[in-house]
Design a protein around this ligand. Sequence first.
Ligand code: KG4
Ligand code: ZN
Length: 484
Amino acid sequence: MIVDIKDIKKRYSELESLFPNVFTIGGIESDLENNPFSHYLVYMKNDSIIGFINYYDIYDRMEIANFNVLDDYQNEGIGNILLKRVIELSKGKENITLEVRCDNVKAIHLYEKYGFIKKAVRKNYYNGVDGLLMEMRLMKDVYVLGIESSCDETSFSIVKNGVEEIATVISSQIDIHKDYGGVVPEIASRAHVKNITFVIEELLEKSKMTMDEIDMVAVANGPGLIGSLLVGLEAAKTIAWLYNKPLIPVHHIAGHIYANNLVKRLEFPLICLVISGGHTELVYMDKDYSFKKLGGTLDDAVGECFDKVGKVMGVEYPAGPKIDKMAKIGSHTYDLPLPLNDDSYNFSFSGLKSAVINLVHNEEQRGNEINKEDLATSFQETVVEILAKKTVHAIVNYDVKNLILAGGVSANSGIRDRMKEISEARGINFTCPEIKYCTDNAAMVAAAGYYAYLDGRRADFTLNARSSMELESDISWFFNENMI
Ligand code: KG4
Ligand code: ZN
């Protein structure tokens, strides 16, 4: 819990004795009397003071004067919490400044994580140790450049403040891969290399902006095809280095989720049904950029299932959109099993896929003709049924205000209609991404990047691509590997 020291019976002497190297006895009281700008926030645990931050609120700017956490409580994230509070209190101001000993590497890293930049060095300021002046510019409007290349789309976009799309360019490789019935990783990465500079040029033309006007670079660094991811990541690092902009790593699925934010600001708490070519998950969010996975597929992803079922029906890759169209014409005549029809939040689609494949083969052997439209309807309605059941379960259990869809399969009309119905029946809001932003694009990455930035996520140039990574709030691996 964070409190202003004036609100806890002025326990000045307690704070002074806990940090004898920082304060002299009576120092806080006299500071508060003589300096109307000065404030002390203390972090309390079981009514004991654990740490504090002393800041000056000076009209249109903030200054952090002192900041300390007891030795026994270092590494518990208390410094983060105190600093975050001061950043929140600084909303609408021009900047936050501070001074730190040059040898206090840990503190410098923490400040950098939140976007403070090294401004100047004061020689010998701390009795033989140099002082480092740092500043965080509090930008009014934030323009994020988003980069997406995790599968077979090369895309760049600029989004303002996480909600307003300025311009987006998507170069799709579907025509190259459809002859193979799926994405060929080696061909995909080569195509990204070939396309990427053209996509950047087109974006700058379309947006009428220059790289200097962009505030940060957000890149989807995973999960996805490693060779494809690396092309976008290298472009992101190059731009961030060349134009001296912060580099923000974004989880590809966080991107899909934030495609909704471009339609309507997310409302919390919410449930997101993530349905794409590689993922099928139910995710709970109680605030921005905080993800809790409730359950996921035990085998195939729903998009993969659409594509494989399409293949056996002779439908071109990607089969999802075509099956969706056929399903509108047919009727539900084929009996298919409802997969993993239990009370968990998990899914399973391989059984359903096999059931369709077996049905087609059996009918072929008997010399019967399959009615493809009827099969498409039967298959799609079975998928909708199981997705709806698990989603309702999550909405009710978590008492949420908003249901959202994410991923390529959220373009499916049957799924969209059913989820809308479910939400209306329960009086909660329903949002789905624009059809063009259901599949992979960089606008979603730029939107998510803005909230990742507000959450303090930054990377240095050692940032690597990851073919698999969990969509969770825990990013401890990331701080160890990739923080400056
Ligand atoms: O999100 P996405 O572009 O790629 C991944 O990150 O996986 O999703 C692609 C998937 C493909 O499997 C495609 O068949 C499916 O989304 N898809 C659809 C529809 N439109 C795209 N599936 C069902 N109905 C649709 N209308
Ligand atoms: Zn995707």
